[in-house]
Design a protein around this ligand. Structure first.
Ligand code: NAP
Length: 228
């Protein structure tokens, strides 16, 4: 399968590396590839310069968001939630239409410091905004409720724990379920919540996720829903 992973941060890198390791063709999307490759310093979260990471993953390539989408069958959104709509608006509709978009972004607003707030929230979600803005995309919200290392390697957390799915297209959710299974997720731990509007609930898990991380002092944990 040919994947475009939108985003050069730690989540994009983690997903891209795992997909490539499974034998998929992967192009990472960014605003300006030359500018991204020219960054020489670690980012403000300590991630190595992207060019260094890319050199360690020679099967993966870098292109603009639009060019990455053009050649891909499936898209993975790991951009900052506050810019996701802007990023997708800059992609030619022909490069989006009919494709599955796996939306991992959270609409966290850090403009007033930590902890961040959510925007949108309660009566809307980023997943729904993306689906409304691009009706021909088949949006599946998933994996956004855990640290990225766990997304692609659920065995990092001992025992059963849960990954949620939200989306309006049953076939898209089936193909994403198959991908999750290839990452190591057990069927019994993949919980389909229903339509894309259910992304409100999973995006609203972020405030409690952040509090748990603060209390635990690490991010190697996940939610486990029992009894459903
Ligand atoms: P991030 O720093 O939130 O986002 C990086 C990406 O956003 C880059 O590709 C960057 O483009 C793009 N971007 C930033 N500002 C932009 C702008 N003004 N216009 C266009 N694009 C812009 O990366 P991250 O920490 O890897 O997180 C990615 C997403 O995953 C977020 O939505 C986050 O909430 C979600 N998430 C993270 C985790 C985790 O484990 N960290 C877990 C669950 C969900 P360039 O490449 O051009 O710089």
């Amino acid at each position: 399968m040919r994947y475009a992973v939108f985003g050069t941060g730690v989540v994009g890198r983690t997903l891209a590396a795992r997909l490539a390791g499974l034998g998929h063709d992967v192009v990472v999307g960014t605003r300006d590839p030359e500018h991204t490759l020219a960054r020489a310093e670690a980012d403000d979260r300590g991630n190595a310069p992207f060019a260094q990471w890319l050199a360690e993953h020679p099967s993966i390539s870098l292109d603009t968001f639009d060019a990455a989408a053009a050649g891909a069958e499936t898209l993975v959104n790991t951009t900052a939630g506050g810019v996701t709509l802007e990023v997708l608006a800059a992609v030619a509709p022909a490069h989006l239409d009919g494709k599955v978009l796996i939306d991992i972004a959270n609409p966290l607003d850090f403009s007033k410091g930590f902890p961040p707030s959510l925007e949108p929230v309660n009566t809307d979600s980023l997943g729904e905004q993306v689906q409304r803005a691009h009706p021909a995309l088949r949006v599946v919200k998933t994996l956004n409720t855990m640290n990225c290392a766990i997304m692609v390697d659920p065995a990092r957390v001992e025992g059963d724990h849960t990954v949620f799915l939200s989306g309006d297209d049953a076939d898209a959710k089936k193909s994403v379920t198959e991908l999750l299974t290839s990452f190591g997720w057990q069927d019994r731990n993949i919980l389909d919540l229903g339509g894309i509007e259910t992304a409100r609930g999973t995006e609203m898990l972020l405030p409690i996720w952040l509090r748990i991380m603060g209390s635990a002092g690490h991010a190697d944990f996940n939610f486990h829903i029992q009894g459903v």
